[in-house]
Design a protein around this ligand. Sequence first.
Ligand SMILES: Nc1ncnc2c1ncn2[C@@H]1O[C@H](COP(=O)(O)OP(=O)(O)OP(=O)(O)O)[C@@H](O)[C@H]1O
Ligand SMILES: [Mg+2]
Length: 247
Amino acid sequence: MIEFIDIHKAFGANKVLDGVSITVQTGQILFIIGKSGAGKSVLVKHLVGLIRQDAGRILFEGTDITNYREKDFYEMRKRCAMVFQHSTLFDSMTLIENVALPIRKHRGVSRAEALEQAHAKLALVHMDHLADRAPGEIGDGLRKRVAIARALTLDPEYVVFDEPTTGLDPVSAVRVDRLIREMSDRTGVTSIVVSHDLRSIFGIADRIVMLYQGKVLLDGSPSEYRRCENPVVRQFVNGLPEGPMEL
Ligand SMILES: Nc1ncnc2c1ncn2[C@@H]1O[C@H](COP(=O)(O)OP(=O)(O)OP(=O)(O)O)[C@@H](O)[C@H]1O
Ligand SMILES: [Mg+2]
């Protein structure tokens, strides 16, 4: 379980998070949604120490990580992996070498052993048959899969996906969604997905938290979102250009 408790974060005069409290339950797929600039990426970056809160506390499995120093986050980043929006695979390496890299670095195993473990992770995302290709030889959707495999290399308990389907064609996007669901069901990993992709949200979320004006506007299941009568939630859920949502 991860608990964000009353998190505040501003950049100068720009108050981004204004008292956000969210509990992430183990084993769930939790979506963080909201319009562009709502603070979704800022919020999740707190988890791995890329951004530090101005006020509030964060508990990771009961441990208070609020005042962690940079080096304390090294261990956290193994337990909580991030898949960034623009996945950064090394072009000069094959796909399997990309996935093997963190294994070599952190596990101190032989090259052969690292490649074997990497192969198993590629198989999890159904990419083992393309192991020896270079990132430049495959499309964006497949690259995203490899980035997901790489995030799973150190067997994290949590994976944060920042906009995993943005920029993908609709078919690749649905496949990535399905992969996240499958991964969650098969490995029990807890997923935090930042997204504004309505199809993903209603396709695979167990729970959805909507950020608006620095606060949690609604925290509930997909069916609660469908039923919710708050006009801002309605506008978002229906993807309407006109409505009360501020620009
Ligand atoms: N390092 C930073 N320094 C200053 N301002 C920042 C920084 N990171 C984010 N911001 C600001 O914080 C606000 C929230 O940004 P954030 O990236 O969390 O939005 P988002 O909800 O992830 O949006 P998007 O859907 O476009 O990715 C924005 O106004 C952004 O300009
Ligand atoms: Mg973002």
